[in-house]
Design a protein around this ligand. Structure first.
Ligand SMILES: Cc1cc2nc3c(=O)[nH]c(=O)nc-3n(C[C@H](O)[C@H](O)[C@H](O)COP(=O)(O)OP(=O)(O)OC[C@H]3O[C@@H](n4cnc5c(N)ncnc54)[C@H](O)[C@@H]3O)c2cc1C
Length: 499
């Protein structure tokens, strides 16, 4: 049996892709080498446009435990400088705090509900392809086997076996000029301020939560996830003679915090949580030379890695997934227009380049030295200007993305705002109309896309922001116009020949 799509890696990006494909009626197979999900803490949450994108799939409520639509965040940081987002009228920054482990559990639950197959304890070891299919060599609990698929997607993380087996280069830099230590620890009162989640450190006073404190020795950051349980990290501006470790002793974290802050933060191993103590001695900032080779695609960390400053990883990776998912489904379902699949790389690789740019810039802004302190003072002044706050917030949120160029209408290529809409079936909003990951046409006059009605949802509403707005399943505007001239051509270009 030849599978339609095999996804290598059951991390957040592989799991989300399996949901997207399953929504389009495909039964993807996910191969995950770990037989059980790793306990090591990774992401603390989602930052940026991806929060609204997940709301379009009805996942915001499931992941946040709150009703939608998501609300914009009042503040954030760029390079450990404050961003007063509450001063922006149309604030583009959304956040959803959730531990990565929980995110993966909920995405897996959703993928299984939708009919995806997930095999744990199955590792891809080899890969080859012809013009028609991909063959994967797999080692599972009962030994080795081969399977074939029409397409294979590498969602297997920064050290991606898929990328290596394809021979796709991963150029960039490895920065060894600092050492980062982090862990999940218990901190007791009075240092842990009851009710606020803040730390009141003897000799320093209160430190702001979920922000970086930069000193001449490094940076300190912390956040509370449940009363008394904190994620603490200390970054020092010096290389370490030690190796990376995922089993560092707690004393090492405590000592690093003391060196960075010049003060003690009393902490202990939590009673009932994995402390996840880890030391990293380098940060990679790299991007795959290609995101597609023949019938194989790379998504998420397999396609790009960068500093975690500002939490951009999942915003970037999960939007790779949402971009690729509907296009791959269109190909498999037989209606993808010529060249559609290639737009995955042409659209997403430049977005990855910008994330690498801003994370490198932020790391530079947080490094030590009088010159950087002066640069920070200047940046700090610039970031009191709402125009500059907006520019940086849009960059970090991925809200400045515009696919394609030379568009006649200002909405084309951009994110579709989540407008409230009055329709014949009642009041709704754009995100609710995209739950099924189908193309959406908003028109003021009905019937414009009748010939595509099996493939496209057409909703007539006086609240459409133009006469016709054609929206892709990933939430970006494929085409918009003040009349319907050009709509038919756009329907052909993006959604193939009529049904
Ligand atoms: C400490 C830390 C904190 C972070 N904080 C944030 C944050 O707050 N916000 C944010 O957005 N991002 C954060 N990130 C980044 C985020 O965790 C990654 O971007 C994200 O995990 C990438 O997801 P992925 O699915 O692409 O890859 P991974 O999560 O790496 O998943 C890849 C999966 O593939 C499996 N696999 C690998 N090789 C094979 C194989 N050969 N066969 C089968 N399976 C295989 C692995 O076991 C793994 O489960 C953080 C990362 C770290 C390390």
């Amino acid at each position: 049996m030849t599978h339609d799509v095999v996804i290598i890696g059951g991390g957040p990006n592989g799991l989300l892709l399996s949901c997207e494909l399953a929504l389009a009626g495909i039964r993807p197979l996910v191969l995950e080498r770990l037989s059980e999900r790793a306990g090591m803490p990774k992401a603390n949450g989602l930052v940026g446009r991806v929060v609204q994108a997940l709301d379009q799939r009805g996942l915001y409520e499931r992941l946040s435990g709150r009703g939608g639509p998501p609300a914009a965040a009042p503040g954030f940081q760029f390079g450990a400088l404050p961003l007063e987002l509450h001063r922006l009228e149309d604030n583009p920054m959304f956040m959803l705090p959730i531990p990565q482990r929980r995110l993966e559990e909920l995405l897996e639950e959703r993928a299984l509900e939708l009919g995806a197959e997930i095999r744990r304890g199955h590792e891809l070891t080899g890969l080859s392809q012809t013009a028609d299919e991909v063959t994967a060599e797999v080692t599972g609990p009962d030994g080795g086997y081969e399977l074939t698929a029409r397409f294979l997607v590498g969602a297997d993380g920064g050290r991606s076996t898929v990328r290596k087996r394809l021979g796709v280069g991963f150029p960039g830099i490895t920065d060894r000029s600092f050492t980062s230590r982090q862990g999940q620890v218990s901190i007791d009162p009075p240092v842990a301020v009851p009710g606020t989640g803040e730390l009141d450190v003897p000799g320093l006073g209160r430190l702001r939560t979920a922000t970086f404190t930069r000193t001449e020795h490094g940076m300190f950051a912390y956040g509370m996830f449940q009363p008394g349980l904190y994620r603490v990290s200390a970054i020092e501006w010096s290389s370490s003679p030690l190796e990376d470790s995922t089993s560092m002793p707690l004393d090492e974290l405590r000592d690093a915090v003391r060196r960075v802050l010049g003060a003690d933060v009393p902490m202990r191993v939590p009673d009932d949580a994995d402390p996840g103590l880890r030391r990293s001695t380098s940060t990679n900032s790299r991007q795959a030379e290609r995101y597609r080779q023949g019938r194989v695609f790379l998504i998420g960390d397999a396609a790009h890695v960068h500093s975690g400053i500002g939490g951009p990883g999942l915003n970037l990776g999960m939007q790779d997934v949402l971009n690729l998912g509907w296009k791959l489904a269109a190909e498999i379902n037989g209606w993808a227009p010529e060249g559609l699949l290639d737009t995955y790389e042409s659209e997403r690789r430049p977005v990855g380049e910008r994330v690498i740019m801003h994370t490198r810039a932020q790391m530079a802004l947080t490094s030590p030295g009088a010159g950087i302190t002066a640069l920070r003072a200047l940046f700090g002044e610039l970031l009191t200007d709402p125009g500059a706050i907006r520019r940086v917030a849009e960059l970090m949120a991925g809200a400045d993305v515009r696919y394609g160029d030379g568009h006649a209408h200002p909405m084309t290529g951009r994110w579709m705002p989540d407008l409230p809409l009055n329709t014949e079936s009642g009041a709704t909003r754009v995100a609710e109309l995209l739950r099924r990951a189908r193309p959406l046409l908003l028109t003021r006059t009905s019937g414009a896309a009748k010939a595509w009605s099996g493939r496209i949802e057409e909703v007539t509403t006086p609240d459409a922001p133009a006469e016709a707005v054609l929206i892709r399943p990933d939430g970006y505007v494929a085409w918009a116009g003040e009349d319907t001239d050009g709509l038919e051509e756009a329907l052909h270009t993006w959604f193939g020949a009529p049904v």
